[in-house]
Design a protein around this ligand. Structure first.
Ligand SMILES: [Zn+2]
Length: 320
C-alpha cells in the first residue's frame, strides 16, 4: 500500500497533469494606475532553467524593488527581461534590474526607435516645462527626472536581442511562444504564450479599465486581439489589472470593438464613453470611474475622432 502511494506521488511530481497538483511556474507582481502619478504595468516572472524570465519592469523605483525582492526571495537570478512594448510604465525598471543582473538580455521589438522620434521626444519637452514650474511637488519632480533620464539614455530601453518575427523562442532555456503584433498599442507589441501553463501575457493589448491608446493603431490592435482569442489560454495577464479567464477576455474584447467603432462613428461622444463604461463595467472599479471617463474622452478626441492623418499616424512605421 505504502509503495503504491509513493509511486503515485512520484508520478505526480514527474508532471502528471492532474489539476492543482503542480505549482504554477509563473508569478505576477501587480502594477497600479494611481490618480496622482504615472502607472506601473504588471510584471510577470516565469521560471526557466537558467533563472527567472521577467516580463515588463514597471516605472517607479518601488515597483523595481518589489521585483528584485521577489528574485532574492526565490534565490534565483533574473536571467532575461522581455518587454511587451516600450511605454515607460513597462520598461523604466529595466535599468534597475540590469544594475543587479547586468548579464540579463532584454528581448523586445525595435519599436522604441519610432517612440524616441515622436512620442518620447514630446514627452521630454513637456517634462522640462513641468520641472521649470516651481509649484511641481518633489515626488512628481523625481518621477519626471527618472522618466527623462531613460529618454536621454535610450540604451536603457532598447532590446539587446531585437525580436522581429513571431515564433517559438528559447529564453533562459525555456520555450516561449512569442508573438509580434504590428501597429497595435505601439508600432510593434509583443505578447507571449506559455503552452504548459496555457498562459497568455498580453501587455497593453489588454488593459482592464480603459485601453491606453496614446500610440495606438486601432485596426492593428483589433487584429492582435483576434489572434490572442485564437489561442487556447485559460489565464491571460493584462498589461494593467487582474488576470482574466477566457470569458472575461472575450467580454473585454467585445467592449473594445464597440468602443472603437463608436469612437470612429458620428454618434455623440458621451454615448461612446457611457457605452465603454457599461460594457467594461466589470473591469472598472469605482475609484477609477472618473479617470476612465476622462481617458476615454481623450482617446476619442486624439485617436478615434482626429483628422484622417492623425488617425493613421501609428498605423505606419515611425522610425528613421
Ligand atoms: Zn501600460
Amino acid at each position: 500500500m505504502r509503495t503504491s502511494i509513493l509511486a503515485a506521488v512520484a508520478l505526480l511530481s514527474a508532471g502528471a497533469p492532474i489539476h492543482g497538483a503542480r505549482p504554477s511556474s509563473f508569478h505576477v507582481i501587480s502594477g497600479s494606475v494611481p490618480a496622482d502619478r504615472g502607472p506601473d504595468g504588471n510584471s510577470i516572472f516565469i521560471d526557466a532553467p537558467a533563472g527567472l524570465i521577467l516580463v515588463d519592469t514597471g516605472r517607479h523605483p518601488d515597483h523595481a524593488e518589489k521585483l528584485l525582492a521577489y528574485a532574492k526571495d526565490r534565490g534565483r537570478p533574473i536571467a532575461a527581461i522581455v518587454n511587451t512594448h516600450w511605454h515607460l510604465d513597462h520598461t523604466t525598471g529595466n535599468y534597475d534590474i540590469r544594475q543587479a543582473y547586468p548579464a540579463a538580455p532584454v528581448y523586445a521589438t525595435t519599436a522604441i526607435e519610432g517612440g524616441l522620434v515622436g512620442f518620447l521626444g514630446r514627452n521630454r519637452e513637456q517634462a522640462d516645462k513641468i520641472l521649470a514650474d516651481p509649484k511641481t511637488p518633489p515626488e512628481r519632480r523625481a518621477e519626471i527626472l527618472r522618466g527623462r533620464s531613460v529618454i536621454d539614455n535610450p540604451d536603457r530601453l532598447r532590446p539587446t536581442i531585437p525580436i522581429t518575427a513571431s515564433g517559438p523562442m528559447r529564453i533562459a532555456g525555456r520555450k516561449i511562444d512569442i508573438h509580434v503584433a504590428h501597429f497595435a498599442a505601439t508600432e510593434a507589441d509583443l505578447w507571449l504564450y506559455v503552452p504548459e501553463e496555457r498562459l497568455a501575457i498580453a501587455g497593453d493589448l489588454v488593459v482592464d479599465i480603459v485601453p491606453f491608446m496614446d500610440t495606438a493603431c486601432p485596426d492593428g490592435w483589433k487584429k492582435a486581439l483576434s489572434q490572442i482569442e485564437a489561442m487556447p489560454f485559460v489565464t491571460l495577464i493584462p498589461g494593467h489589472g487582474a488576470p482574466m479567464d477566457k470569458a472575461q477576455f472575450l467580454s473585454w474584447k467585445r467592449a473594445f470593438d464597440v468602443f472603437v467603432d463608436c469612437g470612429r462613428s458620428t454618434r455623440p461622444k458621451a454615448e461612446c464613453i457611457a457605452g465603454w463604461k457599461r460594457d467594461a463595467a466589470s473591469f472598472i472599479d469605482p475609484a477609477h470611474s472618473e479617470y476612465v471617463t476622462e481617458a476615454a474622452d481623450y482617446y476619442i478626441d486624439t485617436r478615434l475622432r482626429s483628422s484622417p492623418e492623425e488617425q493613421q499616424k501609428y498605423c505606419k512605421p515611425l522610425g528613421v
